[in-house]
Write a protein that binds this ligand. Structure first.
Ligand code: ZN
Length: 168
């Protein structure tokens, strides 16, 4: 059994498995290369080439759910490759229908059950690392049935939350 970097997918080398949990994939690690580049990006809030060119969508947020940055594949997947995403609430960037209601992202009656909000806040406040959390965001406009389905992993590094997204 090999441990894998959950962020770039590279192997971290074999690890000893607990004997009572045979066969379970261990993949919540982060390799030193990813950690190095994330720390470098966190300090400046500018994505370096390593994260910008990452094969998975990566979104960086603060505890207030404001998007600090998003890498190229994330911006393209969200249809935001030509518009700035920095400093916008997550709900606006993900086009959540609730973000367009009075109060806005995080402040409507629907926001208490938002899984994206939970992942960001738990990761920020409790250093919790989510692994492939299923999140569905119903998108604006309200009369459409557009929904964004994602599998999200999270990690807090240097005071910001990194989200690795797989759109499904
Ligand atoms: Zn890695």
């Amino acid at each position: 059994m090999k441990r894998q970097c959950a962020w770039c997918g590279k192997g971290l080398g074999p690890v000893a498995l607990p004997t009572n949990k045979g066969g379970e994939e261990i993949s919540h690690g982060i390799c030193s290369m990813c950690e190095f580049h994330m720390k470098a990006s966190s300090a400046t809030m500018e994505l370096n080439d390593y994260i910008e060119d990452f094969p998975h969508p990566i979104v960086i947020t603060g505890n207030d759910r404001v998007i600090l940055n998003a890498n190229r594949v994330a911006r393209v997947a969200l249809g935001k490759d030509n518009v700035p995403v920095q400093k916008l609430p997550a709900g606006k960037v993900f086009e959540c229908k609730n973000a367009f209601l009075p109060g806005g992202c995080g402040k409507t009656v629907h926001c208490g059950t938002c899984n994206l909000r939970k992942v960001i806040m738990d990761t920020f406040n409790f250093e919790k690392q989510y692994q492939d959390e299923q999140i569905i965001i119903e998108q604006a406009p309200d009369d459409s049935s557009r929904a964004l389905k994602m599998s999200v992993s999270s990690l807090k590094i240097d005071g910001v939350v990194y989200l690795k997204i797989r759109f499904i």
